[in-house]
Ligand binder design. Sequence first.
Ligand SMILES: Cc1cc2nc3c(=O)[nH]c(=O)nc-3n(C[C@H](O)[C@H](O)[C@H](O)COP(=O)(O)O)c2cc1C
Length: 387
Amino acid sequence: MLKFFTSGESHGEALVAFISGLPAGLEVAQDFVDHELWRRQQGYGRGGRMKIERDSARILSGVRHGQTIGSPISMLLENRDWKNWQQQLPVEKGDSSLHKRVASPRPGHADLAGALKYNFSEARYVLERASARESAARVAVGALAKIFLKELGIEVLSHVVAVGAANVEHEVPWEKIKASCDREDVLLNCAEPEAEQSMKAEVDKVLRTGDSVGGVFEVVAHGVPAGLGTYAQWDERLDAQLAGAVMSLQAVKAVEIGAGVASAYAPGSAVHDEIGYNRDSGFTRTRNNAGGIEGGVSNGQEIRVRGYLKPISTLRRPLQSVDFTSREPVKAAYERSDVCVVPAAGVAGEAMVALTLARCALEKFGGDSMLETLRNFRGYLEQVKNF
Ligand SMILES: Cc1cc2nc3c(=O)[nH]c(=O)nc-3n(C[C@H](O)[C@H](O)[C@H](O)COP(=O)(O)O)c2cc1C
């Protein structure tokens, strides 16, 4: 069973990520992991922190001589800002007068709910863990899931389909998404240049006004064979697992599979993807409104999952809040912040989709070594081919 979890505070010494269940014998390229981390840091509208950080994941265990050895893998991502926070957030008792309080909860953040839940008198510790800094750790383990999937011929990438009111209305083909993700200079990771400029204008507008903006990313998994996930149990459905995985990302407020939202307003004839057959390529479809999943099972088409992001909650022109101590009305606390994170969230979305697909693939094909997993996988592909 592929399992992972993350640990670490936003301004603590480091993030730590653990993943177990990957078969032995998978070649791990450190530079690929770091490139994925770099991708999460890009995009127009990011705040000052991205200039301080240049993330790198140091693998501590589970990989030897460049290959997984079947043991749990742990990774450490240093927070380069730690040097400025050692006095403010010490592990030991430290000097309480140096503590940096978050005195008024910020609407849209976990600040108030977290302080009430954990009985904190202010929101510093809440912010530290609820922050999307945590998503960097997911991208690190997600990179390993991607490396595993690549061995099965599966690739996972994302692109931005909306920022504020600017959007791309048509389905963007895989090759264009790939080209967009290959760019060294990331603007908004939108595969359509004209729409990308309109998206930039949306970010410029909120930069001018001290506001923030949300949007939509789409994660596409290419090369997924039919048969991952199952309708046999509710929690084993692939769509349910992907929805939970993508929804678990900070600021994602809705998840859509394929043309899920528009489908609710259209007749069945305009929604369901008709089935054909030809000798060379087997079963065919004329379109992919289902987003590659029917009945909770991958159907052999590209898997398309969208994450809908609310606008960033921290505002340079803060909203109304209340002081934790005096309970008097005050403006919400402000701490250096991004104003648009849709491309970065897309990269974190890729990690969550890759981790989910890798888990489902390992459930289906099993194997303690890559040799065994690939033998099982190829045997299944042969079975499907001869169906
Ligand atoms: C990649 C990424 C970066 C983010 N950066 C910020 C940020 O700089 N400032 C901010 O207020 N929220 C940021 N967020 C969103 C918050 O983390 C999130 O809205 C908050 O933790 C509350 O969680 P919820 O929106 O899931 O309810 C970011 C989200 C993502 C995915």
